[in-house]
Design a protein around this ligand. Structure first.
Ligand code: DQQ
Length: 477
């Protein structure tokens, strides 16, 4: 990284997940691969470790895991339509020029704005003189929120959806069309009929950060549901035609309450890669004291699974961060019970635990375990319930930390192997189940010796293969 993290004395600071050089970070924005480099922009407050005065921070990478800090890309302009913040948006290449579409905030108005960069490394940005490029939400719709964008090219036009909601009805995404990226006309709600919310049973006030894209022979819409605060990240998989989307299947992208506002992009090899904001779970006061807040998830590759649901697997590039390797092959667990994996420990760790077939009962991996056993973060796959649990209720003796039991239902067939793929980065735990689904949690053990790993299985389970790697930092010196 070009700028050293100012807070390295904070032992909860992740080392292989991206964080801002200092202070506040939230949503990943403007993800794009351009002239060979990956660019990640992000919602950033350069004035403190709290949400406010939102700018666009910027980082660049050649491999999705090592990041260079770049100069701040967008700052609020006191005289402009973004005086109070440059909220979330996307980057596209429009007529050969890198262009950001973001939400400018001024007073009670949140409206789409543009900026362009002609630099090879996208280091400087110029705002469009006609900002905002849409003057108001559609006047005939009783919208709640109106912000955040997703863009695609179709026939000879540009289209975008803006995150929104209809008063009393729930979230929606509103479709606009443009021939030149500057003049936009309202088309309809992404869901027919005219202007409708997705469903009257949607409890969200609105949908933030819509992300709409083709994947295989399907279309996917990911939204961050909001109701005076983040609720959940949901996906829909379905058919798209004539500016309308008909979902056939829906689910939760990541049931972790700390995972929010993800965005994805298609890289030059055609993979759809998603990053999300990993929020803190400690008090605002603790965040201010630490001098930083928020991290970006590991890169996740999206797919459509055989059952039609949305799949997510860790990008193979993450392997570059592996250092010391320990392997316990055919680890004998025939007695059942809890086995401390003595050679495997740490708080910057990748752990891959594989069974040839799912154990009949429950597999439990505990990470960030303190020596006296009082603190541990529990990961369980319960075969009989077909669910993955990530339990942080015993993760820390600190009392100003949110904790909970996160649950993901996903069946693993009896004749296929069970892979629990765990990434531990100081205060972040990301768990992938069979490279198909993921849960994320925050955890802040009080004890400095909370680096242990244990494995627990029922008596009927005999053998597991365990690989563990220490992970290197993701910064570049
Ligand atoms: N964060 C941004 C908004 C978006 C929200 C503001 C989601 O654009 O709706 O920082 O976390």
């Amino acid at each position: 990284m070009n700028v050293p993290r100012s807070t390295t004395s904070d032992r909860y600071l992740p080392r292989f997940h991206f964080t801002a050089p200092q202070y506040w970070l939230n949503d990943p924005n403007g993800l794009i691969q351009w002239k060979g480099h990956y660019h990640m922009f992000y919602q950033h407050n350069p004035n403190g470790a709290f949400w406010g005065t939102i700018h666009w921070g910027h980082a660049m990478s050649d491999d999705l895991v090592h990041w260079y800090d770049m100069p701040i890309a967008l700052s609020p302009d006191p005289d402009g339509p973004d005086a109070e913040g440059c909220f979330s948006g996307v980057s596209v290449i429009e007529d050969g020029v890198a262009t950001i579409l973001y939400t400018g905030v001024r007073g009670d108005k949140q409206l789409p704005c543009l900026a362009v960069s002609r630099d090879d490394d996208l280091s400087t940005w110029h705002k469009h003189p006609h900002n905002p490029v849409i003057d108001s939400p559609p006047p005939d719709l009783n919208t709640t929120i109106f912000r955040d964008h997703s863009v695609w090219r179709e026939d000879d036009s540009w289209y975008q959806v803006t995150g929104s909601g209809i008063e009393g009805a729930g979230g929606t995404a509103l479709v606009y069309r443009s021939s030149n990226f500057v003049d936009w006309e309202f088309v309809d709600s992404l869901f027919s009929p005219e202007g409708a919310a997705y469903s009257d049973s949607d409890t969200a006030t609105g949908w933030e950060c819509p992300d709409f894209f083709g994947l295989g022979n399907r279309h996917v819409l990911i939204v961050s549901k909001w109701d005076q605060g983040p609720l959940s990240v949901n996906y829909f998989v379905g058919e798209y035609a004539n500016q309308h989307f008909t979902p056939a299947c829906e689910g939760i992208v990541d049931p972790g309450v700390s995972f929010y506002a993800p965005q994805s992009f298609t890289d030059e090899t055609g993979r759809r890669i998603m990053f999300g904001w990993i929020k803190e779970a400690r008090s605002a006061h603790a965040q201010l004291d630490a001098g930083w807040s928020g991290a970006i998830s590991l890169p996740r590759v999206l797919s459509i699974l055989p059952d039609g649901s949305l799949g997510t697997s860790p990008a193979p590039e993450i392997k570059q961060l592996r250092t010391k390797h320990v392997q316990l092959t055919q680890c004998d667990l025939s007695e059942g019970g809890e086995v401390p994996l003595g050679e495997i420990s740490g708080n910057s760790l990748e752990l891959l635990v594989e069974f040839d077939s799912p154990p009949v009962d429950t597999v439990e991996i505990n990470v960030l375990c303190s020596h006296n056993g009082e603190e541990k973060t529990k990961i369980m796959y319960e075969s009989n319930q077909q669910r993955l649990i990530l339990d942080t209720t015993e993760a820390t003796l600190l009392d100003d930390v949110e904790s909970g039991v996160l649950c993901l239902h996903h069946s693993v067939q009896h004749n296929s192997s069970l892979r629990l793929h765990v990434f531990v980065d100081h205060s972040i735990v990301e768990v992938f189940l069979n490279d198909e689904k993921c849960i994320t949690a925050r955890t802040y053990p009080k004890s400095v010796d909370a680096t242990g790993v244990t494995l627990k299985t029922g008596a009927s389970c005999s053998r597991a293969r365990i690989d563990a790697w220490s992970m290197s930092d993701s910064g570049l010196d």
